[in-house]
Design a protein around this ligand. Sequence first.
Ligand code: UDP
Length: 562
Amino acid sequence: VQAVFRSNLSHLLELMGSGKESLIFMKKRAKRLTAQWAVAAQRLSQKLGAVQRDQKQILVHIGFLTEESGDVFSPRVLKGGPLGEMVQWADILAALYVLGHGLRITVSLKELQSNLGVPPGRGNCPLTVPLPFDLVYTDYHGLQQMKQHMGLSFKKYRCRIRVIDTFGTEPAYNHEEYATLHGYRTNWGYWNLNPKQFMTMFPHTPDNSFMGFVSEELNETEKQLVRGGKASNMAVVYGKEASIWKGKEKFLGILNKYMEIHGTVYYESQRPPEVPAFVKNHGLLPQPEFQQLLRKAKLFIGFGFPYEGPAPLEAIANGCVFLQSRFSPPHSSLNHEFFRGKPTSREVFSQHPYAENFIGKPHVWTVDYNNSDEFEAAIKAIMKTQVDPYLPYEYTCEGMLERIHAYIQHQDFCAAPGPAPPGTRAPQSPFVLAPNATHLEWAQNASVAPGAWPPAHSLRAWLAAAGRACTDACLDHGLICEPSFFPFLNSQDAFQKLQVPCDSTESEMNHLYPAFAQPGRECFLQKEPLLFSCAGSSTKYHRLCPCRDFRKGQVALCRDCL
Ligand code: UDP
């Protein structure tokens, strides 16, 4: 059956059920964004032309909202608790629905079991019950529940699962044996999935798939209104919980010299003591009213927490400048409670690295808050700068539809593993040294691996400087690391063509391989395909890095990826 774009979301709203505050929040959001989704669907449909799209049967099991995993989020929706996850799930549901797929949504174990066709109480039954879905979107909680209740089917069908995983899971933490042996200990991890099955909120490492969410896009009339309606001295503080204001008196004092400060901090009856009297606190606002507040404000200011949420993108989309603190040293699972136990060693250099690195000035200012002069100078400069509303394409409805369409169309983790293991040399090597002799590129006459996605001809490979991760090494060349290309590079031949002086070549399990170690002039190949990783570095190694191009504003997709 062909998938047909949908523009009416009322059936989706029915599918989403009711009761929980979290579901109510998500439904309101989906409803409010209906018109934007419809326009986006129309545009994407034109862009794709006559492309055949199969309708998939999809189960969306939102594990963190189940009572069985504690559902700590729903009771806090109206009390300043985190909303980012709900924003993302609402948008994923809307996107899948608008793309025209068959959807089932579950938020309890009972519903999950009945949809999986597992008789209740038969969780560990040894039979493999056929899975009536092509794809299952869930989270770490849901993954655990599926493992417990699917018996042997879990192993058979895990390649159909997609795990929505806000902060991401790096390959070293995903591989059970490797993580256990080398101390990549976490509360999550250890699932031995293809790392691309984990889907993140922001494009952290390309080892995972970037899922994202959307922010409302202003039309030209709205943009005009925003330009005219800005109060140049109005600031909104990022954060719904009073705790984030603790110890920020100094900054608030400086900011108060120049601007009128607004907050949206949840409170029960009295003003939270952390919020100074000179701040105009609106209390937690419904999402549309929060957007309206942002439209009037000049500045959206972060005090270091929450990390990497949707609100800064919304602020920038509504014409605010986002001011945030630089973290030095960077925060990570090694030194910060919030990230501890998360399956990543990513270093976070500011409150919102995406805003810093993908948007930047004039919309985003990242400064050292320990230096009051720098902080004050930034505020003064921001008051004088003129910015227009800005939303990166990948966070528009069309961008999200395009990306999810491409994933559904091309990502297949159930297919047998592709390229041969290292050591068995391909009869005809697909690479040549580029004319300037700095990197490898796909040979013009090489046959293109059929069905490979992203298409292999976009591959460029570099030997990175010692201590440089492939994520960064590729960005240095204006490209993005592409882990699915690692198998092409994992050979003596690639080192030879790059003229790397290997005295010896070993094949081992190490998430930094393939790599070259200068002392001893040793070359190392990767023995375990699940450990291919863009993330990770060690001063001991020059990593061999596969990079590719990407579409402007859509980093998840290469130019020929649609
Ligand atoms: N938000 C809201 N009311 C408010 C402040 C924020 O509805 O008073 C919404 C905002 O529109 C955003 C969501 O809360 O989409 C999540 O924002 P945040 O970046 O704070 O991330 P979180 O920490 O909640 O995941």
